[in-house]
Each structure stands twice: as C-alpha cells, then as structure tokens.
Design a protein around this ligand. Structure first.
Ligand code: F6R
Length: 636
C-alpha cells in the first residue's frame, strides 16, 4: 500500500547528482526500499533552494519511470524533500493523480497514506472559498486545507497542519512541507509513520525498512501525534498541541536482511531463510530444565515472559478469539487447531475485515489474539479496537516492533523474529507465526494446567526434540527446490488448481492456493478434502491439477479415497506427503520429512511456496510485487 518518505537536513543543502547526497537522492533511495509494499505510481517534491520554491515530479508506473525523469533535471540544491509511492484508491494511477499534491500557491506539498473519508465535504467547502483542485483524489484536500488555515491566520505552518488534522476523518498518515518556513510536518492517525532524528537531520518513512541504514533507533509516531521539524529542531505534539516526549525504539533488524543476496527475488530468498527464521522464533523461548520434576513437557519450559496471562484469565475466558487477515488468518486457523489440541480451549478465528461489522458478543473476560506480519493491517487492528473497547485482553503475534498492533496488546506481544519480509506474498512470516502460535499454546497450557501435567510428553513423542529438529527438516525441503521446479514446468500453463487437505492441513491447502493465485495469477482454490464431493468435484477434468496434502495419520485412508475420486474423473494428482502412499496414479509426489502433527503445517507449507514461486517465475510475473497487491494494507 502507499509508502511515504521524507527528509530534511535542517540546513545544509546538497546537490543531487553531486558529491553529497541531496534530499532528492535520499528520498528516491527511500522509495526504492518501499517498493515492496506494492504501488502503481510515484512522485517526489523538493524544495529548490536557488529558485526558492517547491518543485514536483510525478510518474505513473514503476519507480524506474520517476528515476529516469529525475535523472534529467539539472543539479539542484535542496535540503527538504518528500516522496510517495501510490496504491490508487480515489482516482486512476496517472501522473497527475500521483502524490505529492500541492495547494493553490504551490508553497505546500503533501504526501498521504490512508483515506480521507470526509474529503468530499471538505473539498466542496474549499472550492466555495476559491480553491482550485486538479485531481479527483481524496489526498489533495489536505494541501488546500492547510493553505486555508495559513491564510486565515495560523501563525506557523505547524499550527495550520494541526488545525487541518483536526478537520480530517478517516485514516491518514501524511507529510507536509512548506517553502516559506522551510519546515516539514508529519501527522499520524491510523497508518504507520516512523522517523529517525539525528545530527540535525530527520528521516520519515512508512516503515522502518528505508530507515535502518541511517539508524537502528527510531521514533514511532502514535495516533493523533504530529512531528514538526524546522531549523534542525524536532517538536512532537498531540493534535491538541500538547508537547510530548520522544520514545526511541531500538530495532534489531539487520539492514543486510533487506537485500536479495544473490537470489532472483526477495520471495525466493525469504523462502530459503525459513530454517534460520524458525530457529530465531523459538531459540530463546524454550529452555531445558531436564532434572526438574515439576517441568511440563519432558524437561523444557516455555519462556514467553511478555505473555501476561494468569490462570484466572484463562479460566474466566473459557475461549480464545483470533483475528487476522489473509495468510495471517490461515496461520490463525492452524493455531486454532494447535490450541484446541494441546489446551482443550475452544478457539474462534475471525477475519478482521468481517469482525468489525458482525454482532459478535465480546465480553471483558475474552482473550483476543491478533496476528499480523506488519502489525498495521487496518482490518485486523479495527477488530482489536472493538475488543479493547469491551475491555477484553489482547495478545498479538507480529513481525514488526513498535507497530500499531503492539500498542494495543495489553496482555503481551510475541515477535516472530522473521526479519524484514520484502516479498509481498507472505512466506517466512507465515511459518514463524505458526511457530509462535505453537509456543503460545504451550505457554497457555503451562499456565492453565501448571503442575498437573508435569513431566509428560505430548502424544507419546518427545515434543521438544521435534521443535528443535524442525529447522533441519525445513532445510531438507529446500533441497527439493530443483525437483519442484520440474513439477512446476509441467503445470504452469494450467489455468485452475485445486488444493485439498484435511484437519490441520486444511488451512495449508488455503495458504497454498493463495500463494499460487497471488504471484502466478492462476486461479486456485483451497478446500477441506472431505468437502470436495460437495461441490468442487464438478470442476475436475483432465485440465484440473489437484494438489493433495497427505499425512500418514488416521485421516490418510479418507484422503486416499478422495485421490481415487479425482483419478476416476481424469484429474491430475500432485501429492505432498510425509510417506510413500500405497496408491497408483499420482502424477507427482513431493516427499517431505515427518514431524508431530501440530508442527506439520510448517513443513507442508514450504513445498507449496516453492511450487508457486517456480510457476510464477515460468510465467514471468512480477513475483515480489504482484499486480494490485500491497504488502501492508493500511486502509479498509
Ligand atoms: C498473503 C499476504 C496477505 C497478508 C494479509 C495480512 O501472502 O501477504 O494475505 O497476510 O494482508 O497482512 P498482515 O499479516 O500484515 O496483517
């Protein structure tokens, strides 16, 4: 979704294309780091010190178009610039509709992420006052509104921005720059805004990825806050004008994790990072206490200190409600299965986008778990707002420190520790979410059952050895890359796919189908295998590959019957299996290592990611930034 960048050096101006990096170069580089969010046009506005005015360059399409245009301008001295990549909501993705937008005078430029819901009302009022609009966008209204407050007596640019912010409704994060004052303001109400303030310079961005090269100490703006930077000085206030103290957050993301390091795509790199990400997700969170008699599972303990749940909380709640969207929702379905299996607590999983419009009865005793890679998904966070209003407890599983979801989570945050995920399609974020959900379920069981289950193994296996060995097994699946690529070559011209799984593997069928459609644009559906004959079987013919997730458990004979039903109708069967099934006529088998049932979804996911990746690569799609998709969905 839209991405915002801003920079001001608070004095020293550099020349673009010169020896020192100018604000334009910094902003353009920042936009490159945000490209992964998904966008359709981009633009930059900069203060030209020689001519004492703001100039803008905006282009539809990919950032290379903007770069090419910027490389044609003559060297310019500039110490303030803002930039934007746009994911169109109001108005087509054209040059003119791209951000930045200006006021009538051209002295103000803004970039905006979110939706101004009352823009039409504000725009009509401003038109009556003589303002001239040149785009149908909601965002342009911000520039004119600030201009209007400047004209009607606001003493500073900051004051005009503050008053304008109070008039806006919807969700917005924006930067506004002013040529007269040579200042820049950042405003947040909904979508994320982060900044780095050091050496009399300020850097703003929609997320930390463009900032980590400058500092690992960032300041997250909270809702209803404004940052104002002028002459090298930063002032932070709320919308009422009250001065606030800065809270600096240390980011432990390594900037090198945001580069491709020899892989063709970020998605491929992120698939291959999974063994180490899974290790990072659990390594400091399970500790061996082998000689203790009161330990829970075979001498290990779950260390999730940040989970502030008591036995009383769990008993009073009697259920858990998970809310999430997209792949994170599917991780939620897996975590439901794990939690119900291990803890015997019923779990309800709700789409964030649906929950806010349902009449779901929420009680103050409820425990909610929000799952979100970005921590900024508007739909998920708005569902959690409802929970918060009802005084329910909130936990979250997220990848992004300091993100909005973390600020709502009074009962604790479990970080996935996956590092920056640049590919739009979720891969390592998904598998580490499941790992964290498993750890959380184990912790909930520890709290709930305390000494009652001390020293027991689960399901008769050494459960913790299984966790510790999982990264190695994930790595073994990565060695199947070439053979999965061969399978991809057979099927990439098909136009429909069916993914089927049962029990805990059903959500993985959904995830596998989502991955394929997202990056290859092939239509794919995930279904519980048992539901196939209740409808989808009508689609099956020789042109319909059906991918089965087959596990050597009590459900295997039933799934094998489903395979027979597909074969009988001429469908091509691909199986991902943790054993050699005794059945003829499977066209392709991807054999993966075995593990305990509750960990198996992680292993079954990886070949599906690799298959989707190779099919997309063969089709030549834009794998890291698939059409129409955004990484961080900060609007409803
Ligand atoms: C799928 C994908 C999306 C996200 C969804 C939620 O590959 O990436 O479906 O899972 O938009 O995003 P987060 O997890 O950031 O809340």
């Amino acid at each position: 979704m839209c991405g915002i960048i801003g920079f001001s050096s608070g004095g020293n101006a550099g020349y673009n294309q010169g020896n020192c990096e100018s604000s334009i170069d910094i902003v353009l580089n920042g936009l490159k780091s945000l490209e992964y969010r998904g966008y359709d046009s981009s633009g930059v506005a900069y203060y030209d010190e020689t001519e004492n005015k703001i100039k803008s360059i905006k282009k539809s399409g990919k950032l290379v178009n903007l770069s090419a245009e910027l490389s044609c301008i003559k060297p310019v001295k500039s110490n303030i610039a803002i930039g934007h990549i746009r994911w169109a909501t109001h108005g087509k993705p054209t040059d003119v509709n791209a951000h930045p937008h200006s006021d009538c005078s051209g002295n103000i430029a803004i970039v905006h992420n979110g939706i101004i819901e009352n823009y039409a009302v504000l725009k009509n009022k401003l038109i009556v006052k003589g303002h001239k609009f040149i785009t149908p966008t909601d965002s342009e209204v911000i520039a004119h509104l600030i201009e209007d407050y400047m004209k009607s007596g606001a003493k500073t640019f900051y004051e005009a921005v503050r008053l304008a912010s109070l008039d806006l409704s919807g969700a917005f994060a924006f930067l506004a720059m002013n040529a007269d004052e040579k200042s820049i303001c950042a405003v947040k109400y909904g979508p994320p805004l982060v900044m780095v303030n050091k050496d009399k310079e300020i850097y703003f961005a929609s997320d930390v990825s463009p900032l980590i090269q400058y500092s690992d100490e960032v300041i997250y703006l909270k809702n209803s806050e404004i940052a104002y930077f002028k002459d090298g000085l930063l002032k932070l206030t709320d919308f009422k004008g009250k001065t606030l103290n800065k809270t600096v957050t240390k980011i432990d993301w390594d900037a090198s994790r945001a580069v491709k390091t020899g892989f063709s795509h970020f998605m491929q790199k992120e698939i291959f990072e999974q063994p180490s990400c899974l290790l990072d997700a659990f390594s400091s969170r399970i500790v061996s206490i082998k000689n203790s008699s009161d330990s829970f599972f075979s001498g290990f303990k779950i260390m999730l200190e940040d989970v502030r749940l008591t036995k009383k909380d769990i008993d009073k709640a009697g259920r858990i409600i998970i809310t999430a969207c997209g792949s994170s929702y599917y991780a939620g379905l897996v975590i439901k299965y794990i939690t119900e299996t291990l803890c015997g607590i019923p779990v309800i999983v709700e789409y964030g986008s649906e929950f806010r419009y349902e009449n779901f009865p929420v009680s103050k005793n409820d425990i909610f778990i929000g799952i979100s890679q970005s921590g900024e998904t508007a739909d998920t966070n708005s569902a959690l707002e409802i929970a918060k209003e009802k005084k329910a407890g909130i936990l979250s599983i997220t990848n992004v420190p300091g993100s909005q979801i973390t600020t709502m989570s009074d009962k604790g945050v479990i970080y996935t520790h996956a590092g920056p995920e640049i590919g739009v399609a979720s891969t390592k974020a998904f598998t580490t979410q499941i790992m964290c959900g498993l750890l959380l379920a184990l912790r909930i069981k520890e709290i709930k059952d305390a000494a009652a289950v001390a020293g027991k193994n689960l399901h008769g296996v050494n459960f913790f050895d299984e966790i510790v060995n999982l990264p190695k097994k994930a790595e073994q699946i990565l060695f199947l890359n070439d053979s999965i690529k061969e399978i991809a070559k057979k099927y990439y011209k098909n136009t429909n796919f069916l993914y089927l799984g049962r029990g805990i593997l059903y959500p993985i069928a959904l995830e596998g189908a989502l991955k394929l459609k997202e990056i290859s644009y092939i239509h794919a559906e995930g279904y519980p295998a048992g539901e196939m004959k209740h409808g989808p079987i009508a689609l099956v013919d020789e042109n319909m590959p059906v991918l089965f997730l087959l596990s050597n458990n009590m459900l295997a004979p039933k799934t094998i019957s489903n395979i027979e039903e597909i074969k009988a109708r001429g469908g091509k069967v691909i199986a991902v299996a943790d054993y050699e099934p005794d059945i003829d006529g499977i066209s392709d088998i991807i054999k993966i290592p075995t593990t305990v049932e509750v960990l198996s979804p992680i292993l079954y996911t990886i070949p599906l990611q690799i298959l989707a990746y190779h099919i997309a690569a063969l089709k030549g799609t834009d794998i890291d930034q698939p059409r129409n998709l955004a990484k961080s969905v900060t609007v409803e």
